[in-house]
Ligand binder design. Structure first.
Ligand SMILES: C[S@@+](CC[C@H](N)C(=O)[O-])C[C@H]1O[C@@H](n2cnc3c(N)ncnc32)[C@H](O)[C@@H]1O
Ligand code: SF4
Ligand code: SF4
Length: 359
């Protein structure tokens, strides 16, 4: 998320008011057809956001000046109204992004998503090897379906002349990180536009985490190959997730072995502005300030529930404004679980405020 702040928005920020819900992420459901080793969502009681509540919230977002919506899960393609949500959000002028494991992405669905106006699709492929991917995701045939899904999307974005972007999401585990260059080579069989490498994080089972030595190996030996390949395939820009997926460059900390440690160093000095621009709606209807904190354990981060109140009321509530105020002072204490998803955004907003203050 990159935002150019106006003078009026900077003033609002300084008064601790929500500027606008620039990006809102909907977890349409937490149910899933996969059982990934690195994800524990399927262990939680299944919930689904209802059609009525999602449509009402999209209307609120349009009114509040929202720009982007993100449909995720669980597996969002299992939601019966998935395509209708893309269409409605697009009709409101919102840019729609969706995130899928691709298992249900048959040709008909791909065409429906493109016709409904999808702007960006993130599709998860965790290994260059079909066998490894399917094993990690407990989803036999999943790798091939995801590859086919990318190509169906490519076919229909060309047919309907949309500029829908396809981003391949791939986790970096201690077993897979050194195969990252082979993941980029999947470009030879599937026409995606960018890659987002995501270090494994936030799970109790740490067996997939990279050691400090492996992280160093990534920066010294793997990253240069990735940069070369990125240029070779003419991808549109080097993602931070290739340049600095573990936040080593940004944080300048010594111990980079887990994401929370590097983030802590940054947030000792940097306020978090995310609550002024972003919200995450969980499948039980809870509205939370970001997609990072484990909200089921931290009810103080739940700002309200769209099954009981409108999103608009929640966004403008005193409760939300109080949290905004709290986070405007560097306050890592209450966000110890932060894995730095929004660090680049916060650094950018902070810079803009400093420049405004300098005059
Ligand atoms: C929660 S999934 C939801 C969308 C869809 N089911 C999918 O797998 O793409 C969104 C992304 O988060 C990633 N993810 C899930 N758990 C993760 C973890 N512990 N660490 C890093 N990435 C994770 C997934 O691999 C996927 O790319
Ligand atoms: S497919 Fe996505 S939501 Fe489902 S278990 Fe895997 S990462 Fe989690
Ligand atoms: S967990 Fe991180 S991104 Fe979320 S509000 Fe806290 S500091 Fe901001």
């Amino acid at each position: 998320m990159k935002i150019k702040l106006t003078e009026e928005e900077i003033k609002k920020l300084k008064e601790n008011r929500g500027v606008r819900p620039h990006r809102v992420k909907f977890q349409l459901t937490n149910a899933c057809n996969a059982r990934c080793k690195h994800c524990n969502l399927y262990l939680i009681k299944p919930d689904v956001l209802s059609k009525e509540v999602v449509l009402k919230t999209l209307a609120d977002l349009s009114e509040l000046g929202g720009k982007d919506v993100d449909f995720t899960g669980g597996e969002p393609t299992t939601h019966p109204n998935f395509v209708e949500f893309i269409k409605t959000a697009t009709d409101y002028g919102l840019n729609v992004k969706a995130n899928t494991n691709g298992f249900l992405l048959i040709e008909k669905l791909a065409e429906g998503m493109i016709k409904a106006g999808l702007k960006e699709l993130a599709i998860s492929i965790d290994s260059h090897s079909a066998e490894e991917h399917d094993k990690r995701r407990c989803l036999p045939g999943g790798w091939q379906k995801a590859i086919d899904g990318i190509n169906f999307i490519d076919k229909y974005r060309k047919k309907y002349k949309t500029n829908t972007k396809v981003i391949l999401y791939s986790i970096l585990s201690n077993k897979s990180y050194n195969h990252a260059p082979e993941i980029i080579d999947l470009k030879k069989i599937a026409n995606f536009d960018e890659i987002n490498f995501i270090p494994i994080k936030d799970i109790e089972n740490k067996e997939d985490f990279l050691s400090k030595e492996q992280i160093e190996d990534y920066y010294q030996n793997i990253k240069p190959i990735l940069v070369e390949k990125y240029n070779e395939y003419k991808f549109t820009g080097i993602f931070r997730t290739i340049d600095d997926p573990f936040g080593v460059i940004a944080s300048k900390t010594e111990d980079k072995s887990t994401s929370a440690k590097y983030t802590e160093e940054i947030y000792k000095n940097l306020p978090c502005y995310i609550t002024n621009f972003y919200a995450y709606i969980i499948s039980d209807g809870s509205v939370v300030q970001c997609c990072v904190a484990p909200h089921h354990l931290r009810p103080e981060f739940i700002m309200g529930n769209i099954n009981q109140q409108s999103f608009k009321e929640i966004w403008n509530s005193d409760r939300y404004n109080q949290l905004r105020q709290t986070l405007l002072k560097p306050n890592f204490e209450i966000c110890k679980c932060c894995s730095g998803h929004h660090t680049a955004f916060n650094l950018d907003v902070h810079q803009q405020i400093k420049e405004y203050e300098k005059g």
